[in-house]
Design a protein around this ligand. Sequence first.
Ligand SMILES: [Zn+2]
Length: 233
Amino acid sequence: MSDSSALLRQIPGILHGFGDKHTLLPAELQSYESTRPAKKQVHGVRIVDVTQSGQACGEADGFFTSTPGILLAVFTADCLPVIFCRKDGKQTGVVHAGWRGLIDGILELMAARINASGDTADWVVSIGPAAGACCYEVSQELTDTYMQRLDFPPSLISPVPRHLNLAAIAEAKLRALGFADIDHAGRCTICTPDETGTGFNYTSYRRNSHQREKDPAHPGISGRNQQSGIIIL
Ligand SMILES: [Zn+2]
């Protein structure tokens, strides 16, 4: 079973899910894959209004729609997939946010898009599986940048020296932006084992990079990113 959000499951008229290594696109979304916008994710902050099935969106890391029948989805492999839905199920959004998009303000831009025609207080947000604070070691320089640019407790940003807690930072940002109903789905993409205990549950860019350092013949993750998304039926 793919990860899903307890909050989003309560909203009528939508389907959503967070993919993993074994089911890259959640089963309930697979029949809608051809409606997904064509896009290139670039760790940027551009958010596109989607109004047509298969819309050509160019370089973009966030998507917003009020149109039924279009699957909004992002590819991830350690970055955060964040799914947004108005509580009546009539508008949705998704964002791909890694350390760069998070600090550069993609969540703020999604909130601005929502507030342009509504109110973030009327929306639910779910933060999906990503690199956890347990594993997401970064440089001291990047940790310092986060500490300097964000007005959150150091223990929230970096609970372990030189480790970022992306999901906690995202939640703190979202609360500051007026979202009240926020949950988390899934676990750390780097260390979570699969059900058999012999492999891993998620595709992880970081874990794969370490494997390739030891064994250059080890295959990369191209074509194996998990997808998380939402559709208005
Ligand atoms: Zn971990």
